[in-house]
Design a protein around this ligand. Structure first.
Ligand code: GRF
Length: 190
């Protein structure tokens, strides 16, 4: 039997995508969701990790930005690939260099629109609403040193109706995230 690709998931908040991905790969022999990492000591993703029986590490913002202790743990655990799922800090260069083309992110809009620094969570859906856009969606992309500018891997769209609130848009986008993020991870990693 070949050894599975070992994956770490970074998340800053709720962690519903992290949990969805972990569940998707639960019985997969080729891809192992090894551990979660968070920069928020009270993030709900920590609770989710406990319930899933997945190791979860917390590092402060300065520790994440400095990177070396995170890299040490990732190496010790034999991590091959990093998945960002609602992780709000910029990934430092030393982590990017250690994992070239091996860090993936999901953005809750159709990049290059509604991306960049400060564009995260509800702010994205509010901006889509304010711009009067007729569609939104998800962008799955590699991570480089610039926020939301790495090579695109996949996009999926949803319709935005005039009556939709930012919460309605968020719900439509979340549905796309839950369906496609695990599938695309599987395609890219295998
Ligand atoms: C998702 O919409 C993701 O696209 C974005 O942050 C949100 C995280 O949600 N980057 P959750 O923590 O996975 O519930």
């Amino acid at each position: 039997m070949t050894t599975p690709v070992k994956v770490a998931i970074f998340a800053s908040g709720n962690g519903s995508n992290a949990e969805n991905i972990a569940n998707y790969f639960m019985n997969n022999n080729s891809i192992l969701i090894d551990s979660f990492y968070t920069n928020k000591a009270d993030a709900f993703v920590i609770e989710r990790a406990k319930n899933l029986g997945i190791h979860c590490s917390f590092y402060s913002n300065p520790d994440f930005r400095e990177g070396s202790s995170v890299i040490t743990e990732l190496k010790e655990r034999g991590i091959d690939f990093i998945i960002l799922a609602g992780f709000l800090l910029k990934i430092p260069m030393n982590i990017i260099k250690e994992f070239p083309n091996k860090i993936m992110n999901i953005h809750p809009a159709l990049l290059p629109k509604f991306g960049g620094k400060g564009m995260y969570g509800d702010r994205v859906h509010i901006a889509v609403k304010e711009a009067g856009g007729k569609e939104s969606g998800i962008t799955i992309h590699y991570v480089n040193e610039h926020f939301d500018e790495g090579k695109h891997i996949f996009q999926a769209k949803c319709e935005v109706l005039a009556a939709d609130s930012p919460d309605d848009i968020a719900e439509k986008v979340h549905k796309l995230e839950y369906k496609y993020y695990p599938e695309i991870i599987e395609k890219v990693l295998l």
